[in-house]
Each structure stands twice: as C-alpha cells, then as structure tokens.
Ligand binder design. Structure first.
Ligand code: ADP
Ligand code: MG
Length: 380
C-alpha cells in the first residue's frame, strides 16, 4: 500500500483505499510507426508513473477523482458505461478499462471510489494515458478478486484506448507500461504480439526534451501515414509492410509511386534498425546503438516526413554532443518530444545549453526531463 496516496484517498473519500497500484510512462526508444505495420519496436518504462487507489462501495455508484482534476466524476455502476465529455473526459481512461472488462469476459466492480495521482506529465509523449489504464486495470482486477494474464491486461487496456477513448494507438504504449523492467528495454514483436526484455548496460541515461509544439492536424496526419503504409503494402502484395525484406522493396521500387515507396522504405528500414539495435545492445556497442537512433530520426525526417524544424534542431544539437550516443524524435511525431540516449556523464548543464540554443532560435524553452528505467505496472 502506498502511504501518501492512501492518505490523500482518505482525505477525499473519508476512508482508506483497499488496493493501490501503479504503472510507469514509457519512451519509444526506436521503432517509429512500425507497430501498426506488424513490425518490431523497442521501448523503455520510466521512473515517472501514474498511481491509482480504489475502495469498494456498496451503493452501486462509481466515483472517480484525480489529483490533477477538480471534483468527482460520478455515475451508477454499469457494464456498459457511457463516455464522458469535456472536463470529465479524463475519466474515459478508467471507464474504458471497465467497459473492456465486460468485452474480455471479466466482471466489473459493483461500486467503487477511485483516486489517480501522477508525477508523469500528461500529453508529453510519455504515455500517461496507457499508465492510467494499466494502473486502473490492475486495481480493478484486485478489487473484484479476479486475475488475468499480463498480455490480456495489456490488450484490454489498448482495446479501451482504441474503442472507448477513441485513439488508434498500437500496442507499444500499453505493452511497455505492462512489461517494463528496470535496466531493460522492452522488445515487442507486434505481429504476435510478443514481449521480451533486453538488458541495458550500466551507466546509460535518457533525456526527454519536450517542445510542446504540436502540429494542428496531428491526428489527421497520423491517419494519413497509416493509410499510405497500407497502400504501399497493397502495391507490394502483402497485408503488412513488416512482411517485406529491404532487398525486396529495393527491387520493387520502379513499380511503386513515390510517396508509398518512401513510407515503405522508412518502415522496412526502421524494422531492420530495431533488430540491429537489439544486436548492438547485446554486443555492448553503444556507439552503434546511438548511430541507429540518429539514423531513425533522419529517416522519420526525410522519408516518413513526421518531424518538425524544432525536433530536427534538437536532434542536430544533441546527436554529435559529448556523452550523447544518439537522439531521435520519440512517439508519433509531427511535434512532441526528442529523446537523447546518453552516458551517465551527460549533465543538466549540458541539457541547459541545448535549451538556451533552442530558445534563441524558437523563442521558447523546451521542458527537460531526465529519466531512468523502472519496472512495469504492479500492485503496491
Ligand atoms: P500521453 O499519453 O502522451 O500523456 P494522451 O493525450 O494520450 O497523452 O493522454 C493524456 C490524457 O490522459 C490527459 O489529457 C488526461 O485525460 C489523461 N490523464 C493522464 N494522467 C492523468 C491523471 N493523473 N489524472 C487524470 N487524467 C490523466
Ligand atoms: Mg497516450
């Protein structure tokens, strides 16, 4: 039981929680837009997390609160809850999980009080949404005396985000929050999906530079890239781009229109880069890992065209700097954040110099967040 969270729960609800659970945010280490193409991806669960506390109620009501939001979101317990809107829409994450319980053959708790707390910035590309879903799912399962395999929990939470919240994310976010391991990366073969831990050497660090710049049409652009990838697969006679080897794609270039070819080139090469990164990690060759990360960014910039001048500037500054192995945009792109993979010798003063240079060019400061790896979602 998490004592501080329990205390906050008590001051809101007038009694202590029965169960507390937590789930980490995640970094997309490498594997940009590979997940929905059936490819591979590497992520890291980080030491910023969402925590959830719950207690049963016997009056058939659900009451949701978050330390990040005012008031309560209240309703009668239901196996098919309705979506909430506007200021209450944050509750769609735990509600989506409860709704998915029924679809996955699980019982929903008849009544409950719920409190979320977090030190994970929301909307920063670190997947606070998946962390909220995973922590909620584990707490609801325990509260209702049920068990589910970890990959079922991960799929259930993705289902909630896709179908209840309405965000068409791949398996990366929930998979890494669910299967994360301290001092490891999570390798996901999205075709299964299957999950494996890849050890990291000691003394490496991750730095997130969040630009807060987001393309106004980001959802539409994401959907457009998804469509272009599926078009390319159709041209190539496969159901997903992961089925195409780099050499096969090169041979097919002449028969493919320019845009689908570039998208396919990025995805097919990126999958090869993910696999090469795993090999370089196993060989302890961190410079090679870093080169792959930076090459991934260049491919996003030039072939997938999901970078921005702000992200490119940060990567250019970071990639050649002392103690930095490599840097790339992390997440869907069209804005958001850059991740730098560094030696432990990289310091806050080094990051500050990057921020100063960025501020001089763009007139505002990105947020800098040093993060370490952490274990995946668990009951406390
Ligand atoms: P990301 O997952 O990258 O952080 P999303 O837009 O997918 O960004 O999810 C952010 C949303 O998740 C927030 O707008 C909010 O609705 C919800 N959320 C995340 N953390 C919390 C929290 N601690 N309390 C309430 N809602 C949260
Ligand atoms: Mg999210």
């Amino acid at each position: 039981m998490n004592a501080l969270l329990a205390e906050n729960f008590r001051s809101r609800f007038g009694r202590g929680p029965l169960v507390t659970a937590h789930a980490p945010g995640r970094i997309e280490f490498i594997g940009n837009h590979t997940d929905y193409n059936g490819g591979t991806v590497l992520g890291a669960s980080i030491d910023r997390r969402v925590q959830v506390a719950v207690a049963p109620r016997n009056d058939g009501r659900w009451r949701f609160a978050s330390e990040a939001k005012p008031g309560f979101v209240e309703m009668t317990a239901s196996a098919q809850p309705a979506r909430r809107a506007d200021a209450e829409s944050w509750a769609n994450y735990p509600l989506g999980v409860l709704s998915a319980f029924r679809e996955f053959g699980l019982r929903t708790p008849g009544g409950l009080d719920f409190l979320a707390a977090s030190d994970l910035p929301a909307g920063a590309g670190l997947s606070s949404s998946a962390a909220l879903e995973l922590a909620s799912a584990l707490a609801f399962l325990e509260l209702s005396g049920q068990q589910a395999a970890r990959d079922t929990v991960v799929k259930l939470c993705r289902h909630a985000e896709n179908h209840f919240v309405g965000v068409p994310c791949g398996i990366l976010d929930q998979g890494v929050s669910g299967f994360g391991k301290k001092d490891h990366l999570v390798f996901i073969d999205c075709a299964g999906p299957s999950f494996a831990a890849v050890p990291l050497p000691e003394g490496v660090r991750f730095w997130i530079f969040n630009t807060h710049v987001k393309h106004a049409l980001v959802d539409g652009l994401y959907a457009a890239r998804h469509r272009e990838c599926m078009e390319a697969a159709e041209f190539l006679g496969v159901s997903l781009l992961a089925e195409i080897a780099p050499a096969t794609l090169a041979a097919a270039q002449a028969g493919l229109p320019e845009i689908p070819f570039r998208r396919a080139r990025h995805v097919v090469d990126e999958i090869a880069r993910v696999n090469a990164t795993v090999a370089a990690l196993r060989a302890g060759d961190l410079d090679e890992v870093g080169r792959r990360l930076t090459a991934s960014h260049r491919s996003s910039r030039d072939l997938f065209e999901n970078s921005t001048p702000e992200l490119d500037f940060l990567v250019d500054r970071l990639a050649g700097a002392e103690n930095v192995y490599g840097a790339r945009l992390t997440g869907g792109g069209f804005g958001g954040a850059v991740m730098a993979f560094t030696h432990a010798g990289y310091a806050a003063a080094d990051a500050e110099r990057v921020v100063e240079a960025y501020a001089e060019k763009f007139g505002n400061r990105p947020d800098v967040l040093p993060v370490r790896t952490a274990d995946g979602a668990a009951l406390d």
